[in-house]
Design a protein around this ligand. Structure first.
Ligand SMILES: *[C@@H]1O[C@H](CO)[C@@H](O)[C@H](O)[C@H]1NC(C)=O
Length: 376
């Protein structure tokens, strides 16, 4: 191994392993991590709380990525997810499920967005990911909450006000400029199909975002009467046919995103929200205001959402008919909490088969036929 190779390797180590610490240095603290508030969290996490996930190799037809390639290598599939102490168990299960079903798992690059002041500290979260997935290619980006903290208004559910929910607005500037596409995924999802297929989605110009659209949902309900009765504001939808889409699964063209200054447009709507209260939910409505009606429709199998139930604790939603590639426990009920409480919904068993938490109450290997749940 010559010097040149060595220096490339060191560069990679710097980017992937050390870089986050350079940014996060102010937030490193010695406190023990404490779990999140509303009953989903766990009192303490450490690297030893999770079992190491199986490692997966590329199939024969995968585009080759050189060892120690930079993250600008065009063969990488980039996935962005938030990483925090409250949904950590969900994020790790999601990563495991993605790798388990990917045709080219070694070509996936994960971008984890951690809050600067997460109780577990970005540094500990980084260690946990590393020890759970020893060969994973990833980078922990530090999200500075002060970017949005003054823009967030109260919403109907406290969990929706978490500044990290707004991190997806800042992917264009947080991810390296050579990255021109990213798949954004929530942390309460399980992928049961090859992520490469989602990655290959064509975004027809000028679409900036691709996501499953739901045109039968009554769009009126996502905004307040104050919004609809204001002729200037509601004119924003005049020349479009807006449909609801869920921002938990999005394919984003970051080049168009950066060029179009969409971050600023979303921030402007958040400013208006603070003054006029034009919606009740958190980070979703400003996305609808900017993009609804102009998203590239993706097959619904890529976001079977609502599995967390309606906003009623304990309600189990059946999955929608049709093929399933991604399961999404959006809503109030999270599968880890329902499993721990001993009262899971049937679909939660699919999630349980990717749970890497040592303290879990249910043990099942991914090969144990979750497809029977998906075929219902
Ligand atoms: C949608 O909801 C609004 C307000 O709840 C209601 O007035 C309207 O009739 C609904 N539209 C349809 C097509 O159901």
């Amino acid at each position: 191994m010559g010097f040149r190779r060595r220096s490339v390797e060191l560069l990679f180590v710097f980017w992937v392993v050390l870089w986050p610490f350079c940014l996060g240095i102010r937030s490193i603290n010695s406190r023990l991590p404490v779990g999140g508030g509303d009953g989903f969290g766990f009192s303490m996490y450490g690297a030893s709380e999770f079992v190491e996930a199986p490692q997966y190799r590329n199939g024969n037809d995968c585009p080759a990525i050189k060892p120690y390639a930079s993250l600008c290598d065009p063969s990488f599939v980039h996935i962005a997810m938030t990483l925090d102490s409250e949904y950590l168990r969900g994020s790790l299960a999601a990563v495991y499920s993605i790798n388990h079903h990917a045709s080219c798992p070694e070509n996936i690059f994960f971008h984890f967005i951690a809050a600067e002041f997460d109780p577990a500290s970005p540094r500990l979260l980084n260690q946990i990911v590393r020890s759970t997935f020893p060969s994973l290619k990833f980078k922990v980006h530090i999200f500075r909450e002060d970017k949005v903290i003054n823009l967030i208004s109260s919403s109907i559910r406290e969990a929706l006000e978490n500044p990290l929910n707004f991190a997806r607005i800042y992917l264009g500037e947080m991810l390296d400029s050579c990255i021109d596409r990213v798949i954004y995924l929530d942390s309460d999802i399980i992928v049961v199909d090859d992520i490469q297929e989602l990655w290959n989605t064509k975004l027809t110009n000028p679409a900036v975002i691709g996501a499953p659209e739901y045109c039968h949902a009554n769009f009126t309900n996502y905004f307040t009467p104050a919004f609809w009765s204001d002729p200037v504001l509601s004119r924003v939808f005049k020349s479009r046919k807006p449909c609801y889409f869920n921002t938990g699964v999005m394919v984003m063209d970051l080049e168009r995103w950066r060029k179009g200054n969409y971050k600023k447009m979303i921030e402007n709507w958040m400013e208006i929200q603070k003054k006029l209260r034009i919606y009740e939910l958190g980070s979703l409505p400003p996305f609808l205001l900017v993009f609804a009606g102009n998203v590239e429709p993706i097959h619904h199998r890529w976001n079977q959402h609502g599995l967390g139930g309606d906003n009623v604790r304990g309600s189990c939603r059946p999955i929608h008919p049709g093929p399933v590639s991604l399961l999404h426990w959006s809503g109030k009920g999270k599968p880890w909490a329902r499993l721990d409480s001993g009262n899971p919904c049937p679909i939660d068993r699919v999630w349980a088969s990717f749970d890497l938490f040592k303290g879990k109450s249910l043990v099942a290997a991914p090969s144990m036929g979750y497809s029977s749940y998906l075929k219902q």
